[in-house]
Design a protein around this ligand. Structure first.
Ligand code: SF4
Ligand code: SF4
Length: 332
């Protein structure tokens, strides 16, 4: 029987004789067990934190020292740049969603919903392996437009952002795409943490450099320079830190760079940092080290209520959730 923790609802999953249970086990469960026992492929994920061979698994990148922490935390965990941003908003929200996996109610704010739509569109457009053009973003009813799976309203909402992406689309002639939104997992042995990253795109440019391209859409002001972009978007130091820890992609390229594409409704700009810039790699290491420190040593996960409670997917579980009335209306 399965019982709903929140509302005491229940449903009977199986109600029969032991013989029938044995027969279902043999026909349904056993083939899966045989598959697991005979498995010889690796599919890393954040769940690698629970795997006893994470320290020597060849499917994980060696990222020793990535977090800059000299000792392990209280448990083997997995972390991404987004985890740290979530933790900085509210440690309890991180703990409930990313560690305890309690059911969530999806109530994303308008900014994250728009960001997700833009990301999905770009990923699908790039999987065609052709450069995005103004033709792709014509009228919704134009058969030459690439509207993907978007509704008319969603398309209208993100079209200005897509128009800006077209100006700086990286899929040019000669560029070779290695991966689109493929997660990358590594292991930091000093901190005993699985490092999760999800670069929007990895490609080899015409100059044979390995390039990580990360795209961010925002309604805020365009950063004025590389330094401001580095400070505003934690993904920049996080991904640069991969280079600092020795990540060079599948071909061990000797030249590499990070491109951070920032798109607003009326502008786009690509900020770039090169592997050869040792000063910037040191800055990235320092930034990651500082921002990860509290998360790494935390064991209490205190709630920090605020206006962000409005969009918290686990506020139903949280006794400290701030009322919508108290938090006021949430705008980007
Ligand atoms: S560390 Fe991850 S990828 Fe490697 S064997 Fe364990 S679960 Fe699989
Ligand atoms: S409801 Fe508010 S205080 Fe509670 S976990 Fe969510 S963000 Fe944190």
């Amino acid at each position: 029987m399965e019982i709903g923790l929140k509302d005491s609802s229940f449903q009977v999953l199986f109600d029969d004789s032991p013989e029938e249970a044995r027969s279902v086990f043999t026909s349904v469960a056993l083939p899966h067990l045989h598959k697991i026992i005979g498995g010889n492929t690796f599919h890393p994920g954040s769940f690698c934190k629970d795997c006893k061979i994470a320290g020597c698994c060849g499917a994980l990148e060696r990222l020793d020292g990535f977090l800059g922490q000299s000792t392990p935390g209280f448990a083997t965990r997995s972390v991404s740049a987004r985890d740290i941003e979530l933790y900085e908003t509210c440690p309890a929200q991180w703990f409930i969603t990313r560690s305890q996996f309690l059911p969530r109610e999806y109530s994303t704010g308008p900014a994250s919903q728009r960001g997700r739509l833009v990301h999905d569109w770009i990923a699908r457009a790039h999987s065609r392996s052709i450069q995005c053009t103004t033709q792709d973003i014509g009228e919704f009813d134009d058969p030459d437009s690439f509207t993907s799976t978007l509704s008319r309203d969603d398309y209208a909402e993100i079209q200005p952002f897509l128009a800006q992406h077209v100006e700086v689309c990286p899929v040019r002639d000669g560029a070779q795409i290695i991966s689109i939104e493929s997660p990358l997992y590594g292991y930091d042995a000093s901190a005993d943490v699985i490092i999760a990253s999800a670069p929007d795109m990895i490609y080899v440019d015409t100059d044979e450099s390995l390039v990580i391209r990360e795209t961010k859409s925002t309604r805020r002001e365009m950063p004025e320079d590389d330094a401001e972009a580095f400070d505003k978007f934690f993904a920049a130091p996080w991904l640069l830190n991969l280079f600092a820890c020795g990540y060079r992609g599948p071909y061990q390229s000797s030249s590499a760079r990070l491109e951070l594409e920032v798109i607003t409704a009326d502008a786009s700009r690509v900020f770039e940092w090169d592997l050869k810039d040792e000063g910037v790699l040191r800055m990235a290491q320092k930034e990651v080290k500082q921002r990860v420190k509290s998360w790494h040593s935390d064991a209490t996960w205190a709630a920090t209520p605020g206006r962000h409670c409005t969009w918290c997917p686990v506020k139903g579980w949280c006794p400290e959730a701030e009322d919508d009335d108290e938090s006021g209306s949430w705008t980007e």
